[in-house]
Design a protein around this ligand. Sequence first.
Ligand SMILES: *Cc1c(COP(=O)(O)O)cnc(C)c1O
Length: 393
Amino acid sequence: MTDHGEGDADRRIETDAVHAGQEPDAETGAVMTPVYASSTFAQDGPGEDRGYEYSRTGNPTRTDLEANLAALEGAEFGRAFASGMAAINTVLNLLESGDGVVAGDDVYGGTHRLFRQVYEDYDLSFDFVDTTDHDAVAEAMGPDTELLWVETPTNPLMRVNDVAALSELAHEYGALCAGDNTFATPYLQRPLEFGADVVSHSLTKYLGGHSDVVGGALVTDDPELDERFGFYQNSVGATPGPFEAFLVLRGTKTLPVRMDRHCENARTLAAWLADHPDVSRVYYPGLESHPQHELAAAQMSDFGGMVSFELDATLEETSEVVSNTEVFTLAESLGGVESLIEQPASMTHAAIPREQRIEAGLRDGLVRASVGLEHVADLQADLAAAIDGALGG
Ligand SMILES: *Cc1c(COP(=O)(O)O)cnc(C)c1O
């Protein structure tokens, strides 16, 4: 059996990323947590288990991952789920009919769908507001509001939300504040330190980091919340298998080094794009021109690997640009070692009617890039050729 080494408060995140939750196997010395591919566990007597009885309820590979994720966020408790959406769903399981939720108007599309198309039928109400406008948030909060859902930076316009101010606001109204930390990762930003009650993750993105696994997580410092999350985790059953847990554990070991390079490459590309004659706007919190650059600098230790930009181009020309790249792969998702490019208007945000989409700032020329770990000069040359090829630069 593996000992589950705790995160050590004195250790830095680079060390926790490699070690937290994991100790060499006591019996064999295996350095990596084994994939415990067992659905059930032998009991020494009726009701006398050795910590595990059934793998939906608990699995040793998953336990190590959960301890590792908690340590990365500087938190007491972590829970892993089958996907980011399963994790978010678990937060919604806390609510009762009649409760209200206030969320950002530019939250992840799947979050919006879960809230509006699943939970409105269960008599929960949802208000979507610009969470950078704290007066608008306060106005949307009411006596029935039990949850404020915050994402930062947001997708794809990279808006930055003030987690400390929004947590305080939520607490004034007796609501929980949950932060989706998928884009920033705990290496760059730890929402619990700013007062959030729960942090959710899509492990599918940077934490897994290799585009080879789907998973989700919730972390919190609150033992009561964690216990309820555990109850829903076991009752609903949207848990990751041991192989998925193993892949994410392997991914988190390199999170700090990967994020350093993601940030460095993104920063270089953002600066280059800002000077490009065919680019009318760049959305990257690391640029001083970003309207919330100072907030981002205060809340994050670096600015992440996601860069959005707007081409001075039609929908069709922009489609051609994103189809022209050779190093960047045309695909949705983000956070893997490889660079991905997409056009929100025709891909991730295509479900929004055009007029509404443009009003939300998602114009036809908008491009979103998940900047990977390739050499930045190759990424820049690839984008330059793709833009020139479509726009005749
Ligand atoms: C991908 C993503 C999710 C959903 O995660 P899945 O693992 O795809 O279920 C939630 N929030 C954000 C910000 C995401 O990028």
